[in-house]
Design a binder for this molecule. Structure first.
Ligand code: PLP
Length: 429
């Protein structure tokens, strides 16, 4: 089953991309643990290599199990096609690869996952790419940062680690006016809570490692293309809208239309950069996604209760959860995430850095680790861990100052989650 908009979200989460296997009748998705695929004959092989027919050649480019995950993600996000990658970070490089050339710029929000800031700031320059950071709380900052070299805007819908919500539609309008695609990392929201393409995003990114997999077991990343961007109009995207030398001069946009980006991502991106997702990881992620809606509902309900508990606690200075009426992002949360404000958020301890280091040792049910989006509740003190490599100024800009603790609320009994935090907070006094 491919994209079937006539079905509801929960139905698509279970069925999209995973019809019974036609050769065996297997109801579960087979794990196609194969490197290559036998050609029917020499003509078939030539047609595949020329992209004149769609099929499987070599699993670095495409694989039936990862293709099933791509179809499901495209269906859930309302996109035209998708490319899955070995990790969220691999997907980010793969996403920008057809858009950028040496000397080009991407305008990024300051409030992003710490690892993304790291990648953009220190590794992009090695490709000759430049990331320009702006405060996304004022969407006009994106307009001000545009230059003739700008090739994309990059934001997170619900930004990691703070409970920050980005005004996707406002920034999409500015991207449109600038003639560049808006790339939205939707990892923390998942398509259950927010579908950025409906608000004007061109490309949606995921670290499927998090809520989509949902069990903290399998790395993965994804890019979903809306299929709505005209890659030939401005002349700024020669890899897609011109003769692509990496594919014997093929013009992807002329040849494949709204599938140009998806085809390029496999035929050039994965072929030449190589960060393909393992079929087994795609299979585990597909299994996880069957319960995405149920899990997200519980994740959000638990997070809301924990945020309300923390807001009243004497050891807590502030809570940044967009589901709280007092939160400055509450109005944006109601607009973009009406089913819940996610389950990852931060709070500040009155005891500062020292208390932050102490609380992660004081919890018992929570796991102290650098991940989010697991069924289990997770805690981390970003300033001493994930955001350690950043400068003090970058840390504060990213919402990871010295007193900040990040939680990823799981789907355990909420009384147990609250009780664990309560005993750890009491121990600080
Ligand atoms: C985890 C994460 C990433 C990176 O994904 P990996 O799968 O760890 O490579 C990117 N963006 C966000 C918002 C994340 O939470």
């Amino acid at each position: 089953m491919t994209y079937q908009p006539k079905y509801g979200f929960e139905t698509l989460s279970i069925h999209a991309g995973a019809a019974p296997d036609p050769s065996t009748g297997s109801r579960a998705l087979p794990i196609h643990q194969t490197t290559a695929y036998v050609f029917e004959d020499a003509d078939h092989a030539a047609a595949l290599f020329n992209l004149q027919t769609v099929g499987f050649i070599y699993s670095r480019l495409t694989n039936p199990t990862t293709a099933a995950l791509e179809a499901r993600l495209a269906a859930l996000e309302g996109g035209r096609g998708a490319i899955v990658a070995a990790s969220g970070h691999a997907a980010q490089v793969l996403a920008l690869f057809p858009l950028m050339e040496p000397g080009c710029e991407v305008v990024c929000a300051t409030k992003l996952y710490g690892g993304s800031i790291q990648q953009m700031k220190n590794t992009y320059p090695k490709f000759g790419w430049k990331a320009v950071f702006v405060d996304a709380d004022d969407p006009e900052n994106f307009r001000r940062a545009v230059t003739p070299k700008t090739r994309a805007f990059f934001i997170e819908s619900l930004a990691n680690p703070g409970g920050v919500i980005t005004d996707i539609a406002a920034i999409a309008k500015i991207a449109d006016a600038a003639g560049v695609p808006l790339v939205v990392d939707n990892t923390l929201a998942t398509p259950y809570l927010c579908r950025p393409i409906e608000w004007g995003a061109t490309l949606v990114l995921h670290s499927t490692t998090k809520f989509l997999c949902g069990t903290g077991t399998s790395m993965g990343g994804a890019i979903i293309d809306s299929g709505k961007f005209d890659w030939s109009k401005s002349g700024k995207f020669p890899s897609l809208g011109g003769a692509e030398p990496a594919y014997h001069g093929l013009n992807f946009y002329e040849t494949f239309g709204d599938m140009a980006y998806t085809f390029h991502g496999h035929a050039v991106g994965l072929r030449d950069l190589g960060p393909s997702q393992a079929p087994f990881n795609a299979w585990v992620t597909m299994l996880g996604m069957e319960t995405l809606a149920l899990r997200m509902e519980r994740h959000c309900a638990n997070a809301q209760k924990v945020a309300e508990f923390l807001e009243k606690h004497l050891a807590v200075a502030w809570v940044n959860y967009a589901g709280l009426p007092s939160n400055k992002y509450n109005a944006l949360a109601k607009k973009y995430l009406p089913l819940g404000a996610g389950s990852v958020f931060t709070f500040g301890l009155k005891g500062g850095y020292a208390a932050g280091v102490k609380i992660v040792d004081g919890v018992e049910l929570f796991s102290h680790l650098a991940n989010i989006g697991d069924a289990k509740s997770l805690i981390i003190h970003p300033a001493s861990t994930t955001h350690r490599q950043l400068s003090d100024e970058q840390r504060v800009a990213a919402g990871a100052g010295p007193d900040v603790v990040r939680l990823s609320i799981g789907i355990e009994s909420v009384e147990d989650i609250v009780a664990d935090l309560d005993q750890a907070l009491r121990a600080l006094a």
